[in-house]
Ligand binder design. Structure first.
Ligand SMILES: [Zn+2]
Length: 284
């Protein structure tokens, strides 16, 4: 699942391949950018901003891509077989003398003057993996909506940028907070945010996303992907529900015992009212 650490790693690799080089060929298999040709353009740098990847060009423009749920960049030597996905998933190709960068299932592909990057990413809160990470500002933004569910607030990229669903559920488990708890009821908001950040820092140099310290599949997460399996701490079966505003629901796993503190009294009964927890859709 592409989260901030995935984008960070992709940006590092893309930057190593492209920074300071001249593009020999570009392809945009997107209707709105089909005529765009970047051949002859130099690449200054490739940087992550939250879950956005910014490719800054020597001509003063920035190419922005976003992975959302399923996107990826693959880097190949010229002549190597492209193995990322079927060709119809390719959205962008950027080729230099030494590398071919192939973007699969990219979303939000856009090109703007670098000076106007804020039009694309200016709404984002402090970047969890950014050089200018600002915990106090992230906490201030989170606390602006004290009645929001913490499981929704921590994914809201306007509060802080980079955290996705995996690090949301895992950090909530590790600090013992129920995903439906109100922001105002989280006893140590800083500890929660720092836990998510620590997990992402630990995983940013490799594609595996382990939160337990074990990378073996099936042992790499505390609650994510473990519906009905015993909690690693207390043995209680892990629950799975849907959380978030309509059309933006994300699956959420939690342990009803380890994360009982500050849970809504009866989430099923407190529905519909603004500022109240939305109904919990449980998968059994
Ligand atoms: Zn438990």
């Amino acid at each position: 699942m592409p989260e901030g650490d995935t984008v960070w790693l992709a940006a590092q690799r893309m930057n190593t391949a492209l920074a300071g080089t001249t593009l020999r060929r570009s392809e945009f298999r997107l209707p709105q950018l089909a005529a765009l040709d970047l051949s002859g353009t130099t690449v200054r740098e490739v940087v992550p901003r939250g879950k956005h990847l910014l490719i800054r060009l020597g001509d003063g423009r920035t190419l922005r891509t976003h992975f959302r749920m399923d996107g990826s960049w693959h880097i190949y030597r010229p002549g190597a077989k492209w193995r990322g996905s079927p060709a119809y998933d390719i959205r962008v190709v950027l080729a230099t003398d030494e590398w071919e960068c192939v973007g699969y299932r990219l979303h939000d592909v856009d090109i703007v003057p670098t000076a106007d990057e804020d039009r694309l990413v200016g709404h984002l809160g402090p970047d969890v993996l950014g050089p200018d990470w600002d915990l106090e500002e992230a906490l201030r933004r989170l606390r602006e909506r004290p009645d929001e569910q913490i499981g929704v607030a921590i994914l809201d990229q306007r509060n802080l940028a980079g955290i996705g669903n995996l690090y949301k559920v895992e950090s909530l488990f590790l600090v013992g907070v129920h995903p439906w708890a109100r922001v105002a009821d989280v006893p140590d908001l800083a500890a929660l945010v720092e836990r998510a950040r620590t997990l992402m820092l630990a995983n940013r140099h490799h594609p595996e996303q382990s939160t337990t310290g074990v990378t073996r599949r099936g042992q790499d997460h505390w609650v994510a992907g473990r519906k009905g399996r015993p909690c690693r701490r207390c043995g209680t079966p892990i629950l799975l529900g849907e959380q978030g505003p309509p059309t933006q629901e994300r699956v959420t796993w939690w342990c009803p015992k380890c994360q009982a503190a500050h849970s809504p009294v009866d989430p099923q009964a407190r529905t519909g009212e603004p500022g109240r927890p939305q109904p919990v859709t449980l998968y059994r």
